[in-house]
Design a binder for this molecule. Structure first.
Ligand code: NAD
Length: 497
């Protein structure tokens, strides 16, 4: 797959009014209810869409597809490059992977865009404050890459991979989206104060890229403060860009600010495919009972129409939704004690309101997002100078720190690498002791070249591992310590000098 401009995904450059083929995945639970409602409303509004109905989720898992996606669904999306998707049931614990994640990853839909906008007459603690913000979440990297290993029978590890390319793409996407929607301010929310290399990467790239978009205010914010500010003063936010896990959490928080999952749409975007979906799950408690709120999927479809440049039909549907809610016609999830209607009645009323205008709906003057163009080369970043100067070897041991450290030092005496310190879950426990040790059988042993500063070779590391194995120590993981352009490219343990 090659990088292209957004304008070409799924025929977005076609003239307004041209017919668009869309892969429709109704999904599980309430999926068929909300998909039905959305199709009815789009048809009544005159949207030029041909649906290709396809299957993912429970039926695909039951048919033996571990990815949760039927092959003809993948084939359809590879061709149409645009999907509208209802919720999919994900197996919990062991078993198949999430079908949602499969779709996002196979088509490298690296950006997850979640608008959060107050709707009329929806009661909540923040109603009336005019919240209208967007969370832009990196969608494929971070701990969601799912690279996990049991390190010992009692210690699990998950790799958090953050790349320069991933950061650059999501940050540029956030700025391009801001342009397309006439937004004014972009916050980059990270945990860079703790994870300086990974979360800090997003911050550093943000600070490099932001000056290319001088028309926007840009500001970095620590993610926990961002959550606090979102609850205290949400109106200050316009666009928030974040890494995968933080973005996942913060975007659920923002959905809650304006009335919950039943009204929260989202879109997954990449260079090759785009998938519009509701944020909510399959809601098994109300599935098939004519109780589901179709607003989230409908608003996702409205985003899709804007992607097709069919601004007129998108506006017509959004106005009809506002008029319906203003007339106090709601499904139970947002009725807050007021009389509620079922999915069918809500849909019929909304269709009857097509063509009516709401005075409350502010036109943002949408335009299609210009997709950022970032090189597809895997080795995008080249360092002029790079040297291996040491190694962290992680060893399983039930010994106490001082006893363990003395033993490792003794076994490795005379090696080309010298033991500098030992940590347990990131805290240095040798050569200096911690005040209160309550560790686990997972020690990180940090070795540097001896003399310090000289270069380490793979042969040195193999010799070191042979010494450790020969003395009966079990290692389970190793990381080279490198210097990039003269700077140490690894974190220090807590307490390490
Ligand atoms: P959920 O979103 O399905 O339900 C949470 C609560 O919100 C329930 O009380 C439900 O009735 C209500 N709700 C959700 N959407 C609603 C709507 N449109 N109208 C009215 N009420 C609505 O979350 P869950 O219970 O944690 O998850 C159930 C299943 O959905 C799980 O298998 C989970 O993996 C899956 N899931 C899928 C997606 C997706 O496909 N994008 C997202 C989240 C969860």
């Amino acid at each position: 797959m090659s990088a292209t401009a957004t304008g070409t995904i799924g025929g977005a450059t076609q003239a307004s009014g041209a017919k668009h083929t869309v892969t429709m995945i109704a999904g599980d639970g309430i999926g068929p209810d909300v998909a039905w409602a959305t199709k009815e409303i789009l048809a009544a509004a005159g949207a030029s869409v041909d649906w290709e109905d396809r299957i993912a989720g429970k039926e695909a898992f039951d048919a033996g597809y571990d990815t949760g996606v039927m092959p003809d669904t993948l084939e359809s999306l590879a061709r149409t490059r645009v999907a509208l998707k209802g919720p999919l049931a994900t197996p919990v614990g062991d078993g198949g992977k999430s079908a949602n994640v499969t779709l996002r990853k196979l088509f490298e839909m690296y950006g997850n865009i979640r608008p959060c906008k107050e709707l009329p007459n929806v009661i909540g603690p923040f109603a009336g404050r005019g919240i209208d913000l967007i969370v832009v979440r990196e969608n494929v990297e971070d701990v969601y890459a799912g690279i996990e290993h049991m390190q010992t029978p009692g210690v699990a590890q998950c790799l958090k991979l953050i790349s320069h390319k991933g950061c650059e793409k999501i940050i540029r996407l956030a700025f391009e989206l801001s342009k397309a929607q006439g937004r004014k301010k972009v916050h980059c929310a990270t945990k860079a104060n703790i994870m300086k290399l990974t979360e800090g990467y997003l911050k550093r790239v943000f600070e490099t890229v932001a000056p290319e978009y001088p028309e926007f205010e840009s500001e970095h914010i620590i993610i926990d403060n961002c959550c606090h500010q979102l609850v205290m003063n949400p109106e200050q936010f316009d666009v928030i860009v974040s890494t995968n896990m933080n973005g996942d959490i913060v975007s659920d928080l923002t959905s809650g600010l304006v009335g919950g999952l039943g009204i929260a749409p989202s879109m997954n975007i990449g260079d090759d495919a785009i998938m519009f979906e509701a944020v909510h799950g399959t809601a098994p408690d109300i599935a098939g009972q004519d109780k589901a709120n179709p607003t989230a999927l409908l608003l996702a479809a409205v985003m899709m129409l804007r992607h097709f440049k069919d601004f007129k039909t998108a506006d017509t549907i959004e106005h009809a939704l506002y008029v319906t809610l203003e007339a106090s016609i709601f499904t139970g999830d947002i009725a807050a004690g007021r009389p509620a209607v079922g999915t069918k009645k809500f849909t019929e009323t909304l269709i009857a309101n097509l063509g009516r205008k709401s005075a409350k709906l502010i036109d943002r003057g949408y335009s299609p997002i210009e997709m950022p163009k970032v090189s597809t080369a895997p080795d995008l970043v080249k360092a002029p100078k790079r040297r291996d100067i040491g190694v962290d070897i992680f060893i399983e041991s039930g010994m106490l720190p001082m006893e363990f450290g003395t033993a490792i030092e003794k076994v490795t005496t005379g090696a080309a690498l010298k033991l500098k310190n030992i940590s347990n879950r990131g805290v240095q426990v040798w050569p200096t002791a911690v005040a209160a040790f309550d560790g686990v059988d997972h020690y990180g042993c940090r070795f540097f070249a001896d003399p310090r500063g000289s270069e380490v070779t793979d042969e040195h590391i193999c010799d070191l591992i042979n010494l450790l194995c020969g003395a009966g120590f079990r290692w389970m993981h190793m990381e080279k310590l490198i210097e990039i352009d003269g700077q140490a490219a690894f974190a220090k343990a807590q307490g390490e000098s």
